[in-house]
Ligand binder design. Structure first.
Ligand SMILES: [Zn+2]
Length: 308
């Protein structure tokens, strides 16, 4: 890909001690450094140490090469981001489904418990009715053996009371049956929903497993590529890139010009700055969002919609 070709164009600069010297060093790389544009450049000075650390690549790598390396790294990192986003949402969906299933299971259990209570009530009331009928039979037999009206009337009252008890039990049984029917309908509904969710979960889990398996491989190779791409960049530029990336919501630190605007924040870029960007002599950042800007050609985009 991008190799650190040594071009005699830019010679190593002396160590910049004062701020003034640093500014000078920056100006050396490109002549037109107007003060106005200087502030739109990335706060990035060329690695000036004569003895570079192993991570610092030769200062003779051109700005264009650095921009290409940056753009390449951004492409790789964006691909990694996309994988992580896709994978990141699925476990949440699975978790949501699992929670929903637990809720539905609780609901089904509660309904079933209630149905059981009503069924117990029916059994109990049926027994009470039997008892009442037995009592009535007993009282009627006793009425045949009574010696006076008072005893007869007293038994009649008992019989009436038991008949009322039977009616009440019948009413309670009827109510319980209606309740059971209603609850069973709920149970059925919840059960159907539960079965559906369980099928969904099975499906989602399989999908998640597949994606994890699939993307892990892809991610690993991308991360390898990313590390390799980072190797052709010096520490300071890489640090700037990483800081930009972590600050940007979409992880974009390097963007191309798109429809005369910054591809990151969509603010307009004046024609003069667009031209500077196309020159690839300076690392130019968006004055609004601070992202590093590259021209469309460098980004591998065919320049056709340049009419309006
Ligand atoms: Zn911007």
């Amino acid at each position: 890909m991008i190799k650190a070709k040594v071009k005699a164009k830019e010679s190593a600069k002396p160590v910049a001690n004062s701020k003034e010297e640093k500014t000078k060093a920056k100006k050396v790389e490109a002549k037109p450094a107007k003060k106005e544009t200087a502030k739109n450049q990335l706060d990035y000075a060329e690695p000036a140490k004569p003895k570079a650390k192993h991570k610092d690549i030769s200062p003779d790598v051109t700005i264009e090469e650095r921009l290409k390396a940056l753009f390449n790294l951004q492409q790789i990192d964006t691909a990694i981001d996309k994988i992580r986003i896709v994978r990141g949402e699925l476990p949440l969906e699975v978790q949501d489904l699992e929670d929903e299933i637990v809720g539905l299971e609780t609901r089904v259990k509660n309904y079933t418990d209630e149905v059981n209570v009503f069924e117990d009530t029916i059994v109990q009331k049926k027994q009470q009715m039997k008892d009442s009928l037995a009592l009535i039979k007993k009282y009627e037999e006793q009425q045949n053996k009574v010696r006076n009206n008072r005893e007869f009337d007293s038994l009649t009252k008992e019989i009436e009371f038991q008949n009322l008890e039977i009616q009440l039990s019948e009413k309670r049984i009827k109510e319980a049956k209606a309740n059971i029917a209603a609850k069973n309908e709920f149970v059925e509904k919840a059960q159907t929903e539960l079965d559906d969710r369980k099928a969904d979960l099975k499906h989602k889990k399989a999908e998640l497993d597949d994606i994890i398996k699939e993307t892990e491989k892809e991610e690993k190779s991308l991360v390898k590529e990313s590390v390799k791409a980072e190797e052709v960049m010096d520490e300071r530029l890489l640090t700037a890139y990483k800081r930009l990336r972590s600050n940007a919501r979409n992880g974009l630190a390097v963007v191309n010009i798109s429809r005369d605007a910054c591809g990151g924040c969509f603010n307009n870029i004046p024609p003069q700055r667009q031209m500077d960007i196309r020159m690839r002599k300076k690392i130019i950042v968006c004055e609004y969002c601070g992202r590093i800007l590259v021209d469309q050609e460098l980004a591998g985009i065919e320049v056709v919609e340049e009419e309006a």
